[in-house]
Design a protein. Sequence first.
Length: 328
Amino acid sequence: MTTTMKAIVVEEFGGPDVLKLAEVERPEPGEGEVLIRVHASGVNFADTMRRKNEYLKKQAVPFTPGSEVAGAVEAVGSGVSDVSEGDEVVVLGNDGGYAEYAVAPANSVIPIPDGLGFDAAAAIPLQGLTAYHLIKTTGRMGEGESIVVHAAAGGVGYLAVQMAKLMGAGNVIATASNQEKLNMAKDLGADVLVDYTDDGWPETVKTATGGNGADVILEMVGGDFPEKNLGCLAPFGRMVVFGAASGEPSSVGLFRMMRKQQTVSGFFLPWIMADQNLMASSMKEILGWLAKGDLELNVGGKYPLEKASEAHTDLEGRKTTGKLVLNP
């Protein structure tokens, strides 16, 4: 086996042009680890933020981006008994995925169901786990409850609309900025469509819930949206904050929340990733939905490894729809 491999290396922070294809030493699996021959790696906005050192966690250089990896196990380290060479697996890690080979803890890899394929497997972990745990773990949505999914045609929203239905939501209210995106949400199973560019959208949500308000709201816009969300959140309702796409700061009125016993929670996926049992069980359920066709995934673009900078340029320039993957 060759001792080198091709990988994308970032040696300085900056624009997409800092993503350089290089010949580097191929990693070897240590105790409790496996070596994966990468067939597909997901491309995420988090990767672009790490490239610029603007992520929530500071990034050291040099590094190889890529947290989502799907491929075949090439070798196993000592002490590994439940993963074998040739197994087709997917893993969500921190970085290292933009390469021909990647190392991962054996207890973190998840088998890819028959017939799913590497591209689909690599495209789902980050956004899929986010959508799943926003709804179930942090939002604690119960059977028959109502839920608002903002930016329903976006990467997380696209999956959250579908997952809310699969988890038994009684009323999925999807918001988006134009009719084309709202139509997409409808096709995914949304019950109510709301244009959030209309200032009266909170009243539309209240009307759609019989005046009571939504039980769960997934908030990622920022600005004045959190306060508006509280205005259409039900008593005992839960608002989960997982982003601020507008880039505008937000605040919420604590006494306003107290009057209706509402809860506002933050969400950060690395805390879910730290619980290996929780992450593995949910990942298996998500992959099962995909394999059975219960969950639709939109892979919008595939790029060879050497075109990683082009993938980042297209992603940041909003030139693509759906998930992007790299194929070494």
